[in-house]
Design a protein around this ligand. Sequence first.
Ligand code: GAL
Length: 685
Amino acid sequence: MNTFGRRLPGVVYGGDYNPEQWPREVWQEDVRLMRAAGVRLVSLGVFSWSVLEPADGRFDFAWLDEIMDLLWANGIHVNLATPNAAPPPWLATDFPETLSVDRQGVRHGIGSRGHLCPSSPVYRDRSRRIATALAERYGQHPGLAMWHIGNEYHSDCFCELCDDRFRTWLRQRYDTLDELNHRWGTAFWSQRYSDWSQVHLPKPVRGWVNPSRELDFSRFTSDLLLELVTQERDLLHGITPDVPATTNFFQCRLTDSHRWAKELDVVAFDCYPDPGKPDAMAVAAFQYDLMRSLGGGRPWMLMEQAAGAVSQWKNNQVKQTGRMRLGSYQAVAHGSDAVMFFQWRASRQGQEKFHSAMLPHGGENTRTWQEVKALGNELRTVDEVATARTAAQVAIVWDWQNWWAVEGCAHPDNAFDYRDTVARHHRALWNSQVAVDVVTLDGDLSPYRVLVIPNQYLMTSQQSAAVRKFVADGGHLVVSCFSGIVDEDDRIVEGGYPGALREVIGAHVQEFSPLPDGATVPVQGAGHSALDGFSATASRWQDDLVTETARPLATYRGGHLADRPAVVEHDLGLGRAVYIGTRLDDDALEELVRHVLDRADVLPVHEAPRGVEVTERRTETSTYLFLLNHRQDEVAVTLDRSGTDLITGRQLEAGETLFLDAADVAVVRSTSAAPRQAEPSSSDS
Ligand code: GAL
């Protein structure tokens, strides 16, 4: 049921609102200032359970009635939360089994949030009961725009109830114990099970773990938490069939958002790039591309971001002048139809009282408030982009199953950081200013000309067949080391590494040869190859690579693998695969990626200086070009099209130079621009 765009047209602006933390006089000021800032949607009641239901079955909706009416009287819609992320103290006291248990067997106490056992029938029942009460009471309220189910699901649990459920999940998956023994490789270290009662979730063990069991436990936890979401979604849809429902993602290891997104009406994401880190905006771009791709053509929402500094890190840096605005437009540039914050008004008590907010403790006389207010009003100028979608010819693979597996057990290099690895590959594309979708190998790869697979250690036979088909059909593949190594059970794909990809890359790896911390080996383009003149530094990893039908593109120039191939290319069918058998430095990785993009005739969205992010959103009649200057200085961009800058209203001509101050943004609408990329695919993802 997707009525999100109809209920909330344009680019939605707002944030989490926690009025229960404030006296009623403040509510009046809140709505006045919300109106001044152009707030159109607030997420309400996310952590309100103990106030809404002070004792088991005793509800107090009076304050919520009042605030719902007050907001709506001021034209503000509500994204009403089911409050299950923070169970009230009475639930824990009356039913201790509702509290989560950590891996060491310690049952969590109250006083924080997320302290819930996802299997507990009582927790489930009371969550459902309050969700039902909210849906029945506010389902017809004109201000209700959407449902916000729970908050950032990430409660794993190791209690007896979850142990039982894990066994049930395994029985459904494998049917017989023999199959489970086979899948988990229990012949290793005498782990063979002879009765289902011996099978447990992975509690602490004496030494090293069974990685296949760990992998299944990750799958189970993701499925278990998703069950909570779909049960509430069904309940809410049953009472309010037209009200879209979502839950807010973060890039959480526990929840496979590729699966989860399919169950939601709108994808929503909480994004907290660290202003202190130089690559923060590139990481945000990756996450936004992921969210857009998860939506598969449906809208997505930036549900939470910080107006300034957060408070949960060791050192919490502010967003300097203009950077909150820039980051907000960045989300819109990547397809978000909303710019939302955590939270509206800075709390005066509690763990997050130093977390920035749209309205800081200092009130209206603050830089943050002025910027928040200005942005909310300015966003009206770009409302029309909300129906526009993005087309990409390049895809990068990000896969939760692989994340669980590749960081799950003893590997040749255990300093592996999958998130960082994918971010580095994505950054090479981001710097190349091309549009990128973030996919798994289970989806349709046919819209893409270039596919980048960073360290996809786990690859099912269907996935490797899809990669083979992609290349054979004319695709350009970049795949980096330690990919195609194991199947879905974490079992080596035999026949020489990388078993799942050997035919695609036309080479095999005799031996993995990780480099010690800090060690580097020079790499150079192979003479007479397309990378003649290429010079790079390898670190962390070397494959001892033997070419079969592949050609070396670059070789090591030192170390024990001197003169052996570091990068190879291989023609297969109508396409070509480039395999990187090491970790190249960032510049070299980018150069290599650009080489492949050139070969595939994938052009940048628009020419712009480095550090200027360029994206496009399109409707059938208009193209919206976003130019985002992440640099600290002014830049000049010579336009390849005429159009109107929606923000300034300025008419621009093709060939004209547009100057953008540091942190400034332009959104140029054209009706006649010849697309530089192929037309949007039907799925728009
Ligand atoms: C989010 C969470 C919010 C708030 C915020 C602080 O992860 O959903 O409730 O805690 O972080 O940055």
